[in-house]
Each structure stands twice: as structure tokens, then as C-alpha cells.
Ligand binder design. Structure first.
Ligand code: PLP
Length: 341
């Protein structure tokens, strides 16, 4: 086998078709054995539940080539668990955790030639997802489901360095109290599309959502959790039942405390307090940490002291340490790295 002829350094963050994907179908109360297939097309009834009532959830993780040439994924057990939570909330059958990890392993191994080489900055993005597949007209859960995993090589999130972004505090709500904000449901993204297009039209990179009930506390953006660094060097992330529990954010908190010896806090963060923060970043698998330089709150500007040119110093240390762990340059905590080959 030989690596595909891909210009790894110039890949975008987008879809491209690889050779193999995994498919398992759920019918009559049980998942079938699942197979790898070269067929990238999905053919469904026009009345499939996913089309009518958006019964679908997904995950996102990456495979990396480490410094010593292994191919690994990062904490896939947490993606498996989160997808089970998402499925249960959407009245879908859960896909067993060991089978989830096996499916990821099979897809990455079968597409080994698409895994970007160490040092290229690119990675292999892996997308597991599940949807209600049989015809459903009255509002109720589907009876049949499909679980799939595909992957695509993606470029470095930051081309030519991580430039801080500008975000706005939005009046749109992302998630209701007791709603679905804590699960990775497609519906959370459908309703965020208008808010993000509007933000882009107004010249902002992202939306900062506040808690829907009181409009007081910071929640997250459409697809990433917040982390802040206070002026005395404490790493703080919002605690809320309606934000998506980011694996990157949870890992960064661990790294901050156990690798960098920083004080960490997970607690409600009033927007008022953001005016006094030293650094701000968005955490998620795609970017790891995307630095925020400016937050516009209804005409009032919050200029983070870290500025518009580079990541804040603590954000940078967190970013370097976590990516070092993922790429095998820094020893990982027990169980964080799943070696594929
Ligand atoms: C996926 C996602 C994140 C990031 O989660 P990671 O596990 O770090 O990739 C954050 N917020 C939302 C809304 C998400 O869907």
C-alpha cells in the first residue's frame, strides 16, 4: 500500500471520498454484523424518519499519524459514550461502545493510505452517524436505523498560524433548558445555520450563545465550547446542562491541571465576567483551540488582552500540549490514545 497522491499541506476542511466506509443496519430490534463497503451512496424511502423529523445524531473525531509512525485516534471511547447519550435522547437504539470503536478502527485501517503523514498538519477526520431509515408519517421514532462511519483527510484548521477570530453575542438561542443542547443531534445544527449565516453577513466569525432562560451566562458557539483564562491564570469553562460536552474541552481542563499545574474551574460564567478575561478560545475536535481576539456584545467591544495577532500564552501552551499528546510527542494519560496500527 502507498499513500494517496494528495497535496496534504493544501487540503481544506471539507469532504472528499475515500475508499471504504462502515455500515450497520438496525431492524427487528437488533443491529446486524456491519460491513465495510466501497459504496458511498445511501438510498432511502422518501418518507424516511430522518427526512421528515430529523431523527439523526453524529460524532466527529480524528486519526493522526504519530511522530513514531503509528496511526492513532484520540479518546474514541468518549465519542462512543456521547453517541449513546445522543441516541437515547432521540429515541434511537444505542450502538454498542465496543462495536463503535471497532467500526472506527476498521474504517481508518481500510483507508490507511488517506491518513495524512506526520508533520503535514493534516489529519483524517472521522464521521460516525446514525439515522432513522424506515418510512414514518405520524410523529414517532423510526423502527429501522442505519449507523455509518466515513472519513476524509482534512487540512490544518489554521493555515499559516492560528489568527484570533471575532465573534458576536447573539440574540438567537441555541438550546432550551431541558432541550437537546447536550447531545450531538443534527437538529441543533439545522437551527444554528441561520444564526451563523447572519453572523457572517455582519462580519463575525462565530456566535456566542447565552443561556436561553436568562440571557446572562455564556453557553457556547454553534460547534465549539468556550474556554477562558482569567487574569490570574485560572482556566475556566462554562458549566451548563445545555452545552455539548466537548471532549477537547474536557481534555484541555485535564491538561491544564495535570500537565501545566494550572488552577481550573468549571462553573457558570456570566457574560459580565468575560469583560475581565485575559484569554478566550473555542474548543473542538476540528481546531483543538481557536483563539478569540474580540467579542462584540451589542455594540460594546470586549478586546481580549491577548490581541488579534496570536493565541494567548496559556491558550498556546494548552494547544501545544494537547496536540503534542495527540501526535505522540508527549506522553498521554492512560487510555487516551487508541492505536490502530
Ligand atoms: C461537537 C461539538 C463540540 C466539540 O466537541 P469535541 O468533542 O471537542 O469535538 C462543541 N460544541 C458543539 C455544539 C458540538 O456539536
Amino acid at each position: 500500500m502507498a499513500k494517496k497522491d494528495i497535496d496534504w499541506g493544501n487540503l481544506a476542511f471539507g469532504y472528499s471520498k475515500t475508499d471504504y466506509r462502515y455500515v450497520s443496519n438496525y431492524k427487528n430490534g437488533a443491529w446486524d454484523d456491519g460491513i465495510l463497503t466501497t459504496d458511498d451512496q445511501v438510498t432511502l424511502s422518501e418518507c424516511a424518519c430522518v427526512f421528515q423529523y430529523a431523527q439523526t445524531c453524529f460524532e466527529g473525531l480524528k486519526a493522526y499519524t504519530t511522530e513514531d509512525g503509528h496511526i492513532v485516534t484520540f479518546r474514541p471511547d468518549l465519542n462512543a459514550e456521547r453517541m449513546q447519550t445522543s441516541a437515547a435522547r432521540l429515541e434511537m437504539p444505542v450502538f454498542p461502545k465496543d462495536r463503535f470503536i471497532d467500526a472506527i478502527t476498521q474504517v481508518v485501517a481500510a483507508n490507511e493510505d488517506f491518513v495524512p503523514p506526520y508533520g503535514s498538519g493534516a489529519t483524517l477526520y472521522i464521521r460516525p452517524y446514525m439515522f432513522g431509515s424506515d418510512p414514518i408519517m405520524g410523529v414517532k421514532p423510526a423502527n429501522e436505523y442505519q449507523f455509518r462511519v466515513f472519513c476524509a483527510p482534512v487540512g490544518p484548521y489554521f493555515k499559516g498560524g492560528a489568527k484570533p477570530i471575532t465573534i458576536r453575542v447573539t440574540d438567537f438561542d441555541r438550546a432550551a433548558p431541558n432541550g437537546t443542547g447536550h447531545v450531538k443531534a443534527g437538529l441543533n445544527y439545522a437551527m444554528s445555520l441561520h444564526a451563523i449565516v447572519d453572523a457572517h453577513n455582519q462580519g463575525f466569525n462565530e456566535n456566542m450563545y447565552l443561556d436561553a432562560a436568562t440571557k446572562t451566562y455564556v453557553e457556547e458557539t454553534g460547534g465549539a465550547n468556550f474556554m477562558f483564562v482569567t487574569k490570574d491564570g485560572t482556566v475556566v469553562t462554562p458549566k451548563s446542562d445545555s452545552i455539548l460536552p466537548s471532549i477537547t474541552r474536557r481534555s484541555l481542563l485535564y491538561v491544564a491541571e495535570h500537565y501545566l499545574g494550572l488552577k481550573v474551574e468549571e462553573r457558570p460564567i456570566p457574560l459580565e465576567e468575560v469583560y475581565d478575561m485575559a484569554e478566550c478560545g473555542l474548543c473542538g475536535t476540528a481546531a483543538v483551540v481557536s483563539p478569540v481576539g474580540k467579542i462584540v456584545d451589542h455594540g460594546k467591544e470586549i478586546l481580549l488582552p491577548s490581541g488579534m495577532n496570536e493565541m494567548g500564552p496559556i491558550t498556546k501552551k494548552l494547544y501545544d500540549t494537547l496536540t503534542g499528546i495527540q501526535m505522540g510527542r508527549i506522553e498521554a494519560p492512560e487510555g487516551w490514545i487508541h492505536v490502530i496500527k
